[in-house]
Design a protein around this ligand. Structure first.
Ligand code: 8YV
Length: 315
């Protein structure tokens, strides 16, 4: 039987590419000089799209594929997929939840510790000889025993909370409604009120048009000059201009960010700041998790083309 044609929006590790190409006829949108020309040529044959969380698939790409049936996202976030366009045409969408939850939570907590204890600067202090020349590294801020807030207590937010308990932090969260599994955590409905109550605020919300810039000028002011923002969700959840201004003016103490507007390009103003930890969107970036994500992406596409239900459907 002929292999279904799929459009691949971004690169995967080699260990995923080979099995993907064994199962499907793969057209690599990201790897050609003229993606529009590729789309015009192969669009009519395309039955599936394999994409990544941050790349998604927009309406133009979806429209160029009139036989499209399914989109598989390598990632839990599907905000970059035009779901309205998919619904109009009955196109199914699957993501890769669960398999990445723990790694994303690990990185979020690591970012808190790294930033609060100044570990990046501390390493430079050792490497550039400052330790030997100038002596002790400047004192940093304690993590344990403080107050943490979690904006969005879904799977990732819950795992962040689990890890933070080990640091004897008091933990509050904000979500659309109180969660039945949030035992021992304080519910504060209003995100700004949550920010006012905590020292560290984790953003772990699934991004959508409803959550765009939920971390606003007002929320950052509530978090304040001693507060720290940790974002392991999507840049769109944060008003990045307001964040930059707050960091530049010291109205926000610090930030630790894994995601940026326009990534992998980022606003150069971030590079001039010493109160921000910058990470290259790699919260799910371990060999173990990426292998599991690749497998789940393929399993979803394979299930669909075999006439079976998606394993992890979005729609
Ligand atoms: C990945 C992600 O970094 O899960 C998501 O939504 O953004 C990440 O896990 C990304 O999809 C890999 O390209």
């Amino acid at each position: 039987m002929a292999k279904p044609h799929i459009l691949q929006m971004g690169p995967y590790p080699e260990w995923d590419q080979e099995p993907l190409e064994r199962a499907f006829t793969v057209h690599r949108y990201f790897a050609v000089a003229d993606p529009e020309a590729l789309l015009a040529e192969v669009g009519p044959q395309i039955r599936g799209i394999a994409t990544r969380g941050e790349l998604g698939a927009d309406r133009a790409v979806i429209d160029a594929c009139p036989r499209l049936e399914v989109i598989g996202v390598y990632g839990v976030g599907f905000d970059a997929v035009d779901l309205a366009a998919c619904r109009e045409r009955g196109i199914r969408v699957a993501n890769t939840p669960d398999v990445l939850t723990n790694d994303v939570a690990d990185l979020g907590v690591a970012m808190l510790l790294c930033q609060s204890r100044g570990m990046i600067g501390a390493q430079a202090w050792v490497r550039d000889g400052s330790w030997a020349r100038q002596g002790l590294y400047p004192l940093k801020r304690r993590v344990w025993g403080k107050r943490a807030g979690i904006l969005g207590l879904g799977r990732i937010g819950f795992e962040v909370a689990k890890r933070l308990r080990g640091f004897d932090l008091s933990i509050a969260y904000s979500d659309i409604e109180p969660k039945p599994y949030a035992e021992g955590l304080t519910y504060i409905a209003d995100p700004v009120a949550l920010a006012r109550e905590v020292d560290f605020l984790f953003v772990t919300l699934a991004a959508s048009s409803d959550t765009r810039h939920i971390v606003s000028h007002e929320l950052l002011a509530a978090l304040g000059p001693k507060g720290m923002l940790i974002n392991i969700s999507r840049a769109s959840n944060i008003d990045e201009q307001a964040l930059l201004e707050a960091l530049e003016q010291g109205r926000l103490g610090a930030a630790a960010l894994d995601v940026f507007d326009g990534e992998p390009q980022l606003n150069p103003r971030f590079l001039a700041l010493d109160n921000v930890l910058l990470q290259p969107h790699h919260a799910s970036g371990t060999v173990e998790t990426r292998r599991a994500m690749g497998q789940l992406l393929r399993d979803n596409l394979t299930a669909h083309f075999a006439g079976h239900p998606l394993l992890t459907p979005v729609i």
